[in-house]
Design a protein. Sequence first.
Length: 80
Amino acid sequence: MPKQIRELLQARPFKPFRICLSGGTHHDITNPDMAFVGRNTVGIGRNLDPEGLAESFARCSLRHITRLEDLPEPAATATT
């Protein structure tokens, strides 16, 4: 699982994804700079401001990650 997460974070172009946890919660990774993979955990920045600075961090045990899901691409805005 850590290798898969690292590959998703390093993908170019980056595609947002969701980390689902065993307790039923999840974290949406919308920016590759908001998460980092450790040996046993994933650190996730929460509530990023426009400059990419996190308000707080969550540390998720790799043992509790049940699946990774792609997030839908934002809809393109039509210009008139």
